[in-house]
Design a protein around this ligand. Sequence first.
Ligand SMILES: Nc1ncnc2c1ncn2[C@@H]1O[C@H](COP(=O)(O)OP(=O)(O)OP(=O)(O)O)[C@@H](O)[C@H]1O
Ligand SMILES: [Mg+2]
Length: 231
Amino acid sequence: MSTIFVTASGTEIGKTFVTCALIHQLRNQGYSVRALKPVATGVTSDTVDTSDSGILLRTLGRPIDAEQVASVSPWRFREPLSPDMAAEREGRAIPFYELVAFCREDAGEDVTLIEGIGGVMVPLDPRHTVLDWIAALEVPALLVTGSYLGTLSHTLTAAGMLRARNVELAGIVVNESEAQPVAPEETADVLSRFEANAPVRVVGRLDAPESAPDLLPLLDPYLPHSRRPAP
Ligand SMILES: Nc1ncnc2c1ncn2[C@@H]1O[C@H](COP(=O)(O)OP(=O)(O)OP(=O)(O)O)[C@@H](O)[C@H]1O
Ligand SMILES: [Mg+2]
């Protein structure tokens, strides 16, 4: 089983969109996929359908019922806040080592995609951040970023933090922001110069994740190649 952690420079950047694109692309190549959003905030019975958990389940072709939602997102919180705050509002805490163990479970799929929450340095509890979670899993990370003004510093900061903790950076996806002063390709060029070892890909504004350009070259070094069709 291969596991990839999809993280970002911040919230609402496109992690779910890119994860859904990867689900489609991996399945088109014959891989079976498990997609998780283990920690989700702002999830209520009214919002579950449009939540990340709901979107991932729909993309996987699974029903959005209580059992399936719990299997994709065991730690769900009502308030649309950072996980530490949302958990605290409910008098709960995210059990860090249980979270890590859950992500390590082998469900028998070829590839597990884990969508993080918010950006790299979002706190999960008073002691742990998303970065601690990725580092504990010892899996490669895909960094999704935008092309908005300010993204260069946010992205390079996030990449630097990942590197400082020896997290392998599978690549950077510049997911075009709605409002942007430059073309996303220009942002990608600059990022490539500063993060020379990380492949950078651009995803433009699209109608649906199915239309995304091929992102599998970023995952290629980590995929179980025996499952790929012979060239
Ligand atoms: N390339 C794109 N083209 C068009 N719409 C996009 C694109 N990327 C993201 N979106 C839309 O922007 C919004 C935010 O994207 P998304 O939900 O993937 O972000 P996220 O990083 O997963 O956010 P969160 O931190 O809440 O998990 C969604 O409505 C999504 O459909
Ligand atoms: Mg999301």
